[in-house]
Design a protein around this ligand. Structure first.
Ligand code: FAD
Length: 160
């Protein structure tokens, strides 16, 4: 099986989109990620998967904590920016949530302490123990087959 077949198959799993944030020496950092899942209710654990080559990997390792902002349907631009897909550097005004940087206007903010980490191939899996949550009304940004979708857009309507 080649890499392209694997990537294409995994892309058929529709997901939401998050921006992972953390802070090292009072400097905030953000990175777009869709490898995010809920793991456990008691204790409350979530999981993220970060590429070994991503700068964010070292930042989360150093900080020992991270925040997750689940993006809303109007935040495609924010996703592209924190995936490094835009050439220009922006001055981003982060929200402060539970003393962590977070993306303003996101559907959900979670803050986590790193509970465990496991190297798995070319990624590191971070299991985070959730320390606080903030929920806002709205619809999520979704990602499917390498493209952004809105949950009430044409694909959702077709599937009903
Ligand atoms: P960098 O290239 O260092 O940063 C990304 C961008 O954010 C840069 O433009 C940088 O300037 C900017 N930035 C960061 N912090 C700040 C700040 N404080 N102020 C202003 N700008 C800032 N990769 C994974 O490892 N796991 C995933 O689950 C994953 N999911 C993805 C899902 C989607 C939908 C997309 C589009 C990409 C995904 N990626 C994922 C890829 C990942 O987002 C990129 O490879 C990312 O650029 C690598 O992270 P980095 O830490 O090296 O980022």
């Amino acid at each position: 099986m080649d890499d392209r077949t694997f990537r294409t198959a995994m892309g058929k799993f529709a997901t939401g989109v998050t921006v992972i944030t953390t802070e090292v020496n009072d400097e905030p950092y953000g990175m777009t990620a869709n490898a995010f899942m809920s793991v456990s209710v008691d204790p409350k654990l979530v999981l993220i998967s970060i590429d070994e080559k991503a700068r964010m990997n070292n930042y989360v390792r150093k900080a020992g904590k991270f925040a997750v902002s689940i993006l809303n349907e109007d935040q495609q631009d924010m996703s592209a920016y924190f995936a490094g897909q835009m050439k220009e550097h922006r001055s981003v005004s982060f929200d402060q949530f539970n003393s962590m940087p977070a993306i303003p206007g996101a559907l959900v903010h979670l803050t986590c302490n790193v509970h465990d980490s496991v190297m798995a191939g070319d990624h590191t899996l971070y299991i985070g123990e959730v320390t606080d949550i903030c929920i806002t009304d709205g619809e999520p940004l979704t990602f499917f087959s390498g493209k952004y979708k809105q949950i009430n857009g044409p694909v959702g309507v077709k599937g009903v």
